[in-house]
Design a protein around this ligand. Structure first.
Ligand code: CU
Length: 365
């Protein structure tokens, strides 16, 4: 049944009425104290979207089907196992396995993905500048795969043939120092590259700055350091912009962040208006040259690649990213009325095909 459905789902059909109105299905809460204290509104309709005539997918994709939830992916950082090297440095070890996994990217629309640790995007690996990283990569999939990290490392760790591109059944350990700090990604670098990217083989790779290295920007660096009291004041989340070509015609049928179309329309992300927001935004979209992020009724500061501690763009409400481009978005709703604030790709077609989301801004969460 799913195969039939996939064949019938064509991009232009979707735009001309293949999508229909959906009911609200509850809120997405991000981690931290705000989430813990949030009042429950899960039984309420998420939005007054019917009145606005929003065209979104019908129904919902259950977490039980995929084994992952786009809302949980927002904050489930994978920080690895921490130990020490012989010379006293922090050694952070990760294990990542490639496998073939069927995922559901819209209600009743399945996609035969290739995954890292069974999910798309793969685990959000997070480390601190200067850590020694050791990533044990196993290929349990049906094709050769690798992990190519956007970061600084030697040629032998690059994830190409001879440097960690491995066959099914094999394993490889990548080892390098975490630098530069920023919002990065990793992805499979097997060829044809666009096939392996579009199949879902990418994930976030966040390197927090080491505050002791940043002098006058110590406090800013501290606010980015996961686990610090300064960092806990922020509402942080990772959004990987992606898309799926469900009928394999070289054109995407669905767009979204974190792999399920319109998920955050049905499960708006609860924001405490009194705490600042930081989004690690990564574009993994294949086939389309750019993707974008636009925030309604507000403006944000942007740090291209996350590799600076002062913004590279100030007071903007839209940014574009080519594939593999990424950055950090920071904003606040402190002066706003509580309510539903939309964010979406400002290619309208992408928004209509799934990349349209809501923040549910609340006071005193
Ligand atoms: Cu691959």
């Amino acid at each position: 049944m799913n195969k039939l459905l996939n064949k019938s789902v064509r991009r232009r059909n979707l735009l001309t009425g293949g999508l229909a109105l959906a009911g609200g299905a509850g809120a997405t809460r991000i981690g931290g104290q705000g989430a813990a204290q949030a009042a429950s509104h899960a039984s309420e309709p998420a939005l007054g979207m019917h009145a606005h005539g929003q065209m979104i997918t019908v129904g919902d994709v259950g977490t039980d089907i995929n084994g992952f939830d786009p809302g949980e992916i927002l904050t489930d950082w994978e920080t690895g196992t921490v130990s020490q090297t012989d010379d006293g440095r922090v050694l952070r070890s990760f294990e990542v396995t490639a496998e073939d996994t069927e995922i559901e990217i819209a209600p009743s629309v399945t996609f035969p993905a290739w995954t890292f640790n069974g999910r798309v995007p793969g685990p959000s690996l997070r480390a601190t500048e200067g850590d020694v990283l050791r990533i044990l990569f196993r290929n349990n999939g049906s094709h050769p795969h690798s992990m190519h990290f956007h970061g600084i490392h030697s040629a032998g760790m690059d994830g190409l043939a001879g440097s960690g591109l491995i066959n099914p059944g094999d394993e490889f350990t990548y080892e390098f120092t975490a630098k530069p700090f920023g919002c990065h990604l990793y992805h499979c670098h097997a060829f044809p590259l666009r096939a392996h990217m579009h199949k879902g083989m990418y994930g976030g790779f966040i390197i927090d700055p080491d505050p002791s290295k940043h002098g006058e920007y110590f406090n800013v660096a501290q606010s980015r350091l996961l686990g610090s009291a300064e960092n806990a004041k922020w509402q942080e989340m990772i959004m990987v912009m992606n898309a799926f070509d469900t009928n394999f015609d070289g054109e995407n049928e669905f767009y979204m962040v974190n792999s399920v179309a319109h998920h955050f329309m049905k499960h708006p992300i609860v924001i405490d208006k009194n705490r600042p927001v930081r989004v690690y935004l990564i574009n993994a979209t294949e086939f389309d040259p750019i993707n974008s992020f636009h925030l309604h009724a507000n403006f944000f500061d942007y740090y291209d690649h996350g590799t600076t501690l002062t913004p590279t763009l100030k007071t903007v409400d839209t940014i574009m990213q080519c594939q593999a481009q990424r950055g950090i978005i920071e904003f606040s709703f402190a002066d706003h009325d509580p309510g539903m604030y939309m964010f979406h790709a400002h290619q309208s077609e992408f928004a209509e095909l799934g990349w349209m989301s809501m923040f549910d801004v609340r006071g005193g969460v």
